[in-house]
Design a protein around this ligand. Structure first.
Ligand SMILES: Cc1cc2nc3c(=O)[nH]c(=O)nc-3n(C[C@H](O)[C@H](O)[C@H](O)COP(=O)(O)OP(=O)(O)OC[C@H]3O[C@@H](n4cnc5c(N)ncnc54)[C@H](O)[C@@H]3O)c2cc1C
Length: 552
């Protein structure tokens, strides 16, 4: 069954139906003339097992205000994307009243109705909305990677999360399904589940996500150990990706080693709205995969799924050696872009259910499996707000829990406003998770009121922990100076007693010549996508002048 696009307009229904004709092959285009007819249609599609990908509504409707109409449709299908189109005769007038709704997330885009044929700007926006819906909601039509699993265990979920973050469409099959049997037959040996058939067609029984990554993307030792690359970047979040794009495009032989999926923290974000040049926002996965493809175009080589465990610093004569379980790499310069990772909750009953209803980060794949569940998000930052909004598309209810008395100090105003408008999201201030449990997966949480100390038990089938972050660079040699919290010191932030010849290191340089640090891992960094990618780009001239001092 094709997913539906519902067009809602009294005066221009025919015009819009004609304009959306180009999508007829892949979508079921339905045109109605009122808000209530659209709601009835959405309910009917949902009841018959179909999906609604997009509502497109004219700014003025005969039976409802536009905000109320979107509220009604959101109740029917919370996962659909929402577009308002204004007729050109009303655009200026509508813009004034409708733009604030956009800022509050009442709909995803507000566009001028096309004035003629081939309005590709309009259709680029429509395609972006459909692509975003397709990558976060719809089941892929064609899977690049196929997984055979008996049930949705935590390993299967981690593998799917990795594949989703790498932008690889994947599907799970039961072992006794037709496709499942076909894949099991290709496995050499007694199958243990999950089995994974990668894009290279081989079937493996992975012990962890790394085995899947290695099967798809190779191992660092695939590079001849005698080869010395100019630049090894550790970490492929926005900072590492920007360093790769600029390093490779400026002629450096560049390798990136990434412990998990490309994209880092940003890759787990459902929608980044404040990155320059993306007025409708962009999902972290799509931003990361675009950057990765851009870096590959310039010749960067990526090793994904390999954690760097140590670096043996080199000097003017000898390269640095970067160590991983999958082999070592030699590099003349190293850029550390390892960012930060979420703090643990440290409540044993809850930790024991990680992957079984308990997740660190926004866990985009797990979010889809929260349909009809009561979900709790712990954390007061923007990442928690984004996760709550994304989860509310699937879950029955989402409760944001924070220790503080309110979110005002820690979350951006636009997210607080968007959550206030969303009837499925509730904020529970002055609260913390004291315990949790369930039979094999999370079923309940004990919540402590931080002002009275009172503990109350509640149902929760999902717990998403976005607790603030700490640096991860224990693997760096002690000679790379860090601040008291473990963030890497660079430039003038390095204490004077560690300066060489009375001079501080260059701006993004550490205390070890040839090792640089960029992005969230750097002491004093801004902790945003734009600043991380800006630092990634800015480090490249410094790497150049380190490698070829005479040429500068
Ligand atoms: C859910 C969420 C939503 C966010 N939304 C926004 C937003 O809307 N706008 C905004 O500006 N900012 C946002 N942020 C913050 C932003 O994502 C970060 O500031 C940014 O990602 C930092 O980039 P980075 O490259 O420095 O580090 P990271 O993104 O943390 O990437 C570091 C990478 O290094 C890898 N790594 C770590 N250790 C090793 C090792 N030893 N070996 C190999 N690899 C390693 C990690 O796996 C990771 O992929 C959000 C963050 C989160 C978590």
């Amino acid at each position: 069954m094709q997913p539906a696009i519902i067009l809602v307009s009294e005066d221009h229904a025919e015009f819009l139906a004609d304009e959306f004709g180009r999508y007829r092959r892949d979508y079921d285009i339905q045109a109605v003339t009122s808000a209530s007819a659209a709601a009835d249609l959405a309910h009917a599609i949902h009841a018959s097992g179909g999906q609604v990908a997009l509502f497109v509504s004219e700014s003025v409707l005969p039976d409802s205000g536009i905000f109320e109409a979107f509220g009604l449709w959101r109740q029917a299908v919370p996962t659909a994307r929402r577009l308002v189109v204004a007729h050109w005769e009303r655009f200026i007038e509508d813009a004034e009243t409708l733009r604030p709704g956009l800022a509050k997330g009442k709909y995803d885009a507000f566009l001028l109705m096309p004035r003629g044929v081939r309005d590709e700007e309009f259709h680029t926006a429509v395609c972006e909305l459909l692509s975003d819906w397709g990558s976060t909601v719809a089941t892929p039509e064609v899977a690049t990677v196929r997984v055979v699993a008996e049930h949705h265990d935590s390993l299967t979920l981690s593998i799917r999360d990795f594949l989703d973050r790498m932008g690889m469409p994947n599907l799970v099959y039961e072992p006794d399904s037709e496709v499942g049997r076909e894949i099991v037959a290709l496995y050499d040996g007694e199958p243990t589940y999950p089995l994974v058939q990668t894009i290279r067609r081989a079937v493996i029984a992975p012990a962890g996500v790394r085995d899947v990554a290695a099967a798809i993307y190779g191992r660092p030792e695939d590079i001849d150990i005698d080869t010395v690359v100019d630049l090894c970047i550790v970490g492929a979040g926005p900072a590492g990706l920007a360093a790769a794009v600029y390093g490779a495009s400026e002629g450096l032989t560049t390798v990136v080693v990434e412990a998990e999926a490309v994209g880092g923290q940003a890759g787990t974000s459902s929608m980044i709205r404040n990155y320059l040049g993306f007025p409708r926002g962009i999902s972290g996965m799509r931003l990361a995969q675009r950057a990765r493809n851009q870096a590959i175009r310039f010749g960067t080589r990526f090793f994904t799924g390999w954690e760097v465990s140590d670096v043996t610093p080199g000097d003017a004569e000898r390269p640095h050696v970067v160590h991983t379980d999958g082999g070592d790499l030699q590099a003349r310069a190293v850029v550390v872009a390892t960012g930060v990772a979420y703090r643990k909750l440290r409540v044993p009953g809850v930790e024991a259910l990680t992957g079984q209803g308990v997740f660190y980060g926004s866990a985009m794949t797990a979010a889809r499996e929260m349909e009809g569940y009561d979900v709790v998000v712990v954390g007061g930052g923007n990442s928690a707000g984004q996760a709550a909004i994304h989860l509310s598309r699937f879950a029955k209810s989402v409760t944001i829990m924070v220790r503080r008395a309110s979110l005002a100090e820690t979350m951006s105003h636009y997210l607080i406003a968007e959550m206030e408008y969303n009837p499925r999201i509730r904020v529970q201030p002055s609260s913390e998770v004291a315990d949790g449990g369930g039979d094999g997966r999370l079923e309940w949480l004990d919540v402590r009121d931080t002002t009275t100390g009172e503990v109350t038990r509640r149902n929760a089938e999902g717990l998403f922990l976005l607790l603030g972050a700490e640096p991860h660079c224990d693997w760096l040699p002690d000679t790379v100076a860090r601040d008291e919290r473990g963030f890497v010191l660079t430039g003038r932030d390095v204490p004077k007693d560690q300066w060489a010849n009375g001079l501080p290191p260059e701006n993004l340089a550490t205390t070890v010549p040839g090792i640089f640090a960029v992005g969230d891992i750097r002491s004093g960094s801004m902790k945003r996508v734009a600043s991380a990618s800006g630092e990634g780009a800015s480090v490249v001239p410094l790497v150049h002048s380190y490698l070829e001092p005479a040429a500068q």
